[in-house]
Design a protein around this ligand. Structure first.
Ligand code: H2U
Ligand code: ZN
Length: 338
């Protein structure tokens, strides 16, 4: 008899139409790596060296205003530039390149250097959500911008350059790989089943409850059935909306609530300010209605078994397919108990 809790199997991710290998039997294997607790960081309220704190100089020469809530600025070292001319190169179908115009911004969540989403006041985090909606609208309305990616790198382990609470927004002409895959999968689902993939998925997860970590009136946080990272979660809007601009006032507050609850659980799991990359996926801003699109956020945290022991996507995963040991059901259970 096959045991889904114990025996190796693969699971299908319908959002990107790729597989992940699950090997629960390996959670019993011996571990001889490090297990120490991370040093508890005590960051100050204000850091004179921080290029994001109010009033401080940035590396690019600009100086931040004495801002008191959120602060948005164009990235001084932007990966994309708005004045890039459209160009295409192709040789024998093998050498293909396209120019990529775009706009990159940085959003400071708070003037306070030592806060995180988990410990910000809900009203202050609500201001951040409002800024996300404003930026999505403003950037997406520009003719050259067809995709707006809001994302947060949290923690040195994920490459964040600074603990000051902030996120980045990269908006560009081409729809990036992950968003393109999710667009195609959601379009196909709508075409074949006549409904929304994530509305259907959210309904199924709410009915079962096994992978649900948090829930409020407007949102669900689940460890997806097809999760790759050990404690990966997906925050799904319960009501169908293609982007954050479709959220009501109540839903924006609901998003604040679910983000705070989910990141607080993360912090309690290994008693550390939990590192992750988080991003909001929503409809491309290419002028299409994109009714197939269902807005959601992904949390991809690297930690595996302690504050310092992380999962690597190497070896078989680089060459073949991603793999996990702890099942998504077991991960959800652990997150629910902290
Ligand atoms: P990360 O911590 O996620 O790397 O984001 C910080 C961003 O801030 C990064 O993209 C930008 C970097 O280019 N930055 C500035 O725009 N001005 C500065 O003075 C330093 C860093
Ligand atoms: Zn700071």
């Amino acid at each position: 008899m096959f045991d889904w809790k114990q025996d190796p199997h693969r699971r299908f991710n319908p959002l990107i139409r790729e597989w992940v290998l699950v090997s629960p039997q390996r959670t019993a294997r011996p571990w001889q790596g490090q297990m120490e607790e991370a040093a508890a960081g005590t960051e100050p309220d204000y850091d004179p060296q921080c290029y994001l704190c109010p009033g401080n100089a940035r590396a690019g020469g600009a100086r931040n205003p004495e801002y008191t809530s959120t602060f948005v600025f164009d990235n001084d070292f932007a990966a994309l530039k708005p004045d890039t001319a459209l160009a295409r190169f192709e040789q024998d179908g093998l050498l293909v390149a396209e120019s990529e115009p775009g706009i990159c911004r940085v959003v400071c969540f708070s003037p306070r250097h030592n806060l995180t989403m988990a410990n910000m006041e809900p009203a202050d985090l609500r201001r951040v959500v409002d800024v996300w909606v404003e930026q999505y609208g403003e950037l997406g309305a520009q003719p050259l911008i067809n995709s707006v990616q809001i994302f947060e790198n949290r923690g040195a382990m994920m490459g964040a350059s600074n603990p000051h609470p902030h996120c980045q927004i990269w908006s560009n002409h081409a729809v990036p790989n992950e968003v393109a895959k999710e667009t195609a999968a959601q379009q196909a689902w709508l075409g074949q089943r006549g409904g929304c993939l994530l509305c259907d998925y959210a309904k199924l997860e709410r009915a079962g409850g096994e992978r649900v970590v948090e829930e409020n009136d407007s949102f669900l946080a689940v460890v997806p059935f097809w999760a790759v990272w050990p404690f990966e979660t997906m925050v799904i809007a319960k009501r169908h909306a293609s982007g954050i601009d479709g959220f009501t006032d109540v839903e924006r507050d609901g998003l604040v609530d679910i983000l705070k609850r989910t990141t607080s659980r993360y912090d309690r799991l290994f008693h550390v300010s939990f590192p992750y990359s988080m991003g909001i996926h929503q409809r491309p801003t290419d002028g299409g209605a994109h009714t197939e699109w269902h807005v959601h956020a992904h949390f991809y945290p690297p930690l595996l078994r302690s504050a310092t022991v992380r999962k690597f996507l190497v070896g078989y995963e680089m060459l073949a397919t991603p793999q996990r040991d702890i099942t998504p059901e077991a991960a959800a259970e652990r997150l629910r108990t902290v």
